[in-house]
Ligand binder design. Structure first.
Ligand SMILES: [Zn+2]
Length: 324
């Protein structure tokens, strides 16, 4: 907009380009009435007034306030998703309802929902309300890595969440970490360090995190490995195939992603282990041909135990047996 001097209120010439988004050729300066304004990216979020973080390449500007109403529904969905806090029954439709009815005005409200609040919503029978309530209570006991991921910090996915949990024993230690210190962690570059530092100094975020802890959130950190912050499965490449009993394949991938390397989908000579459940086909043959060790689910679990990941203890408290 700056390059082409396109202003708010301008009449512009467009041309068809690609399928959907027309290409703006130029502004028709002759048609200006005098009220047209130049656009500048706001330094505070227009929806909530939160700080805006501009990416280094200036291509993206984001509101850093996790309680921003404009972001709330998506944040609830992410927070509750299987690889984050894994709250069964809190998907898109219900997240939208909770925001619309004002039952959730920021993320900590999720943790204090009562069955009676939910029964007041359309489409909730007694059982559904109690199931969701119970799922929320269970989700309060989780791991630091899952919680970091669930917060939806820009640029911080599952893998980086795992790296941070391996380096910092608990949440307060991570919150205190200065940008320079974060930069010493392998794989964490200046943009991620900046994003983390901004997130944990934003006052709304600090309040939200403190409130969630006060509401009984308990964060275990079985992958903390001290100052060096080495992930238990660092450097190991896994391929999952067939159906697993204890978790879905997606969850197993998430687990490996938090604990070390990203799981890949195809077997190659770089693969370290193939974890196979019943119903496997071509991948198993490929692994055998390349002499790659094939693990059953139980052997995979043993490997995790040997690496010091207390998978069993955390999973057992989950009645559905789905969470690691
Ligand atoms: Zn905002």
């Amino acid at each position: 907009m700056a390059e082409k001097d396109i202003r708010i209120g301008d009449t512009v010439m467009v041309e068809r380009a690609g399928d959907v988004i027309p290409y703006v050729v130029k502004a028709l300066a002759k048609k200006r009435q005098g009220q047209e304004k130049k656009f500048s990216m706001p330094s505070r979020c227009p929806s909530c007034g939160g700080d805006v973080l501009v990416a280094k390449d200036k291509k993206k500007s984001r509101c850093t306030n996790m309680n921003c109403p404009a972001q709330l529904q998506q944040r609830i969905q992410h927070f509750a998703s299987a690889r984050a806090l894994d709250i069964d029954g809190l998907g898109e439709k219900r997240a939208a309802q909770l925001v619309e009815k004002g039952l959730v005005t920021w993320l900590p409200d999720i943790l204090t929902l009562r069955p009676n609040d939910l029964l007041a919503l359309e489409g909730y029978a007694d059982k559904a309300a109690h199931n969701l309530y119970n799922a929320i209570q269970q989700a309060k006991e989780t791991t630091l890595a899952r919680f970091i991921y669930a917060l939806g910090i820009p640029l911080v996915g599952e893998h980086l969440a795992g790296l941070l949990a391996a380096r910092y024993e608990d949440l307060p230690a991570l919150q205190r970490a200065a940008e320079e210190e974060l930069l010493e962690i392998p794989e964490i570059g200046p943009e991620v360090a900046r994003s983390l530092a901004v997130f944990f100094t934003e006052s709304h975020n600090c309040k939200a995190v403190a409130r969630m802890v006060a509401e009984g959130l308990r964060l275990e950190n079985p992958i903390f490995s001290g100052k060096k912050g080495i992930l238990p499965l660092a450097g190991l490449k896994f391929v999952f195939t067939g159906s697993l009993q204890g978790w879905s394949r997606d969850e197993a991938k998430g687990l490996v992603q938090r604990l070390g390397r990203r799981a890949t989908t195809s077997v190659s000579s770089a693969t370290d282990y193939v974890v196979a459940g019943p119903g496997t086909g071509s991948k198993l043959a490929a692994a055998a041909e390349l002499n790659i060790p094939i693990l059953s689910e139980a052997q995979f679990q043993d490997l995790l135990n040997k690496k010091g990941v207390r998978v069993g203890t955390i999973r057992q408290r989950e009645p559905s047996g789905r969470k690691y």
